[in-house]
Structure formats: C-alpha cells, structure tokens
Design a protein around this ligand. Structure first.
Ligand SMILES: [Zn+2]
Length: 57
C-alpha cells in the first residue's frame, strides 16, 4: 500500500465553531421580573466545554 499523506486526516485540535476557539461565548444578562437585558458577559462554551476545540463526536 502506498503511504497516505497527512491531508487525509483532520487536525487533532479543530477550532470550536461556536466560540471560535476562545472557549467563551457571549451570554445576555437579564435582571428583574421583566427580564430586562442589561448587557452581555462571557460565558462558558458548552459546545467545547471551554477548551476551544471542536468536539470530536
Ligand atoms: Zn466552544
């Protein structure tokens, strides 16, 4: 068999498409009974669990 090139495999650590590899995503902060949005803060990316790497599954 001919040896395969590396192009056949994906990189081991692909960038998470949700957080763009940062491990954090913007989350809208709401307060009060009216749920008024007061701004955004960085939250833990649940897609890659904060690693910034795309899930292999
Ligand atoms: Zn992510």
């Amino acid at each position: 068999m001919a040896p395969r090139t590396q192009a056949a495999r994906k990189p081991a650590s692909a960038e998470c498409p949700v957080c763009k590899g940062t491990g954090e995503v913007p989350i809208t902060v709401r307060v009060g009974r009216r749920r008024r949005a007061v701004g955004q803060q960085n939250g833990y990316c649940l897609t890659c669990f904060g690693t910034g790497e795309a899930p292999t599954d």
